[in-house]
Design a protein around this ligand. Structure first.
Ligand SMILES: C[S@@+](CC[C@H](N)C(=O)[O-])C[C@H]1O[C@@H](n2cnc3c(N)ncnc32)[C@H](O)[C@@H]1O
Length: 305
């Protein structure tokens, strides 16, 4: 759900920084972020969908809104990126990213910066990429101009995990259903209710997201945005439908329980059933249905040589 129409760009950046700094410590567990084989397979599949074909290997990559490193650290570990500069507006997220990079034995540079003012010279990078970040950026035209400026001619732009306008609307349904089902689910798995804000108001997280999320995208608007910035070969595809409906239900019911009382066997079941639905989306739905009906959009473009 987009932020209030009267929120200033400065306010949106401030809330994004504070919210993501606060979220950093528990971010990987909340979102089931994996830095092993599963995580690598997920990001390689996303990159391949975004590019619409063969994957390359890139020299110097710049990640925008890198968070704890889900996208670029996994791509680096999978051998698709040789050198990485990871950026984010929230210093806490980059601290978590550095810890993840250390545990993977990967060498990365981190720079705290807003996407609209990148502190890098023109034509510095072979690849500019991001995951689940464009929808937080107040002035997308300014950001797209920066991505274009810092890319080398012939360089590649890739963004994945951006909410589609339709997906944003349909996510509200499983969240509402999950709030109603939560007491029954807690009894079934034997977990007590959480006694902090998350338990008394299961929609609390959603309310915070409403402050940090600024856009939900229509494929046509993304094409215009990138075309206006000078990009060519724009490719957009939809990603995740069933998996996302299910994922929002899981996260919403889990947010109402005391995290220490959610059994491990439930967590394993939830994770593997989510991955199974992701496979159904990838193999059966995504290749045949129009991008706008999916929850997320993935996209790529090139800076003309
Ligand atoms: C939903 S998180 C995604 C993090 C990571 N890319 C991932 O997929 O796990 C969005 C990230 O974008 C960052 N962000 C928000 N607004 C930004 C801005 N204007 N410029 C740069 N980063 C921003 C947040 O701090 C946060 O780390």
């Amino acid at each position: 759900m987009p932020a209030a129409a009267d929120a200033t760009a400065e306010r949106i950046r401030e809330v994004n920084t504070a919210y993501h700094d606060l979220a950093a410590a528990s971010y990987d567990s909340k979102w089931g972020i994996d830095f092993g084989d599963t995580g690598r397979e997920q990001v390689v599949a996303k990159l391949s969908k975004a590019l619409g074909g063969e994957l390359g290997t890139w020299g110097h990559a710049l990640e925008i809104g890198a968070g704890t490193g889900y996208f670029s650290l996994n791509l680096m570990a999978a051998g698709h990126i040789a050198e990485l500069t990871a950026t984010d507006i929230a210093p806490g997220m980059l601290e978590a990213l550095r810890a993840n990079a250390d545990s993977l034995d990967l060498d990365v540079d981190t720079v705290v910066t807003d996407a609209e003012n990148l502190p890098f010279p023109d034509e510095s990078f072979d690849l500019v990429l991001g995951h689940a970040v464009l929808h937080h950026i107040p002035n997308l035209n300014a950001a797209a101009a920066e991505f274009f400026r810092v890319l080398k001619p012939g360089g590649t732009l890739v963004f994945c995990g951006e909410p589609s306008a339709n997906g944003d609307r349909i996510a509200a349904l499983p969240k509402r259903a999950a709030v109603a089902m939560a007491p029954l689910w807690r009894r079934a798995v034997g977990a007590g209710a959480r006694d902090d804000h998350g338990g008394s108001d299961p929609d609390y997280g959603h309310a915070m997201e409403a402050e940090v999320d600024v856009h939900a995208f229509d494929p046509g608007a993304i094409r215009d945005l990138l075309g206006d910035a000078g990009f060519a070969d724009v490719h957009i595809r939809g990603e995740e439908l069933l998996a996302n409906l299910y994922g929002w239900m899981l996260r919403t019911v889990e947010s109402t329980a005391d995290p220490d009382e959610v059994p491990r066997r439930w967590r394993l079941f939830a994770f593997h059933s989510y991955l199974a639905l992701q496979r159904v989306d990838t193999s059966l739905l995504e290749p045949h249905l129009p991008p706008q009906i999916f929850y997320n959009l993935v996209l790529s473009a090139t800076k003309p040589a």
